[in-house]
Design a protein around this ligand. Sequence first.
Ligand code: IPE
Ligand code: IPE
Ligand code: MG
Length: 247
Amino acid sequence: MEEIDRSRVPQHIAIIMDGNGRWAKKQGSIRLVGHKFGVGSVRRVTEAAAKLGVRYLTLYAFSTENWSRPAAEVEGLMKLLSSTIDSEIGDLMKNNVRLKMVGDGRLPEALRRKMEKGEEMTKGNTGVTLTLALSYSGRWEIADAARRIAEKVERGEMKSGDVSVETFAKEMQMSFLPEPELLIRTSGEQRISNFMLWETAYSEFYFTDTLWPDFGEKELVEAIAEYQRRERRFGKTSEQIEDGGSN
Ligand code: IPE
Ligand code: IPE
Ligand code: MG
């Protein structure tokens, strides 16, 4: 496995878990089989992230656009999510993982309640924060923040002149998370697909051809190693960064 600098591991990694369908097709199985094996990757990657010292792991599990998939796949995915919570909650507790969910809440009632119960059970855990983006889209999150601000203005709690990048960011559903230093997308697609549009403004993007069910600790370490070879400039010049970013 590649060597990484343990003192410079990203504190927040976000992943667009893609390629389950193609993985299944390659095995001659139906798409849902790929999703089932994808759950195994979630388990492995969460454990590896904890081991490596990552504090926050955010996984794109279902987009608002994914509601347009064939009904049988959507239903299968919802059932899989539900059974996964049941089967994994014990290990999440044992591994000190804090579970969070973000999204527009448009989920089957029983699943939404189960997720909320999982959040409640794990809220005191101090290890990795595992956030699942479920029925989530970046545009929705931004529009939702704008709506909250408009409501505050209507109630007289805020003035339009108070709206800034900082006050806006506070209204985002993901405001409990630091911005991800690293965004990974598996399966060879190189697009954002409406994920974390606001928060990835300065994230490093890492694309790999590996399909999500084949992604594990080794692949995560490779992504972190690549991240550590990058120079993050935040608009400054390379010389400024080499000087320690102070001038
Ligand atoms: C990602 O895998 C999982 C979800 C979007 C739920 P896909 O289902 O998109 O797999 P491909 O892209 O068709 O291979
Ligand atoms: C993005 O994957 C959504 C998730 C990984 C949950 P998709 O497979 O749905 O993205 P597109 O449609 O190919 O862009
Ligand atoms: Mg896909």
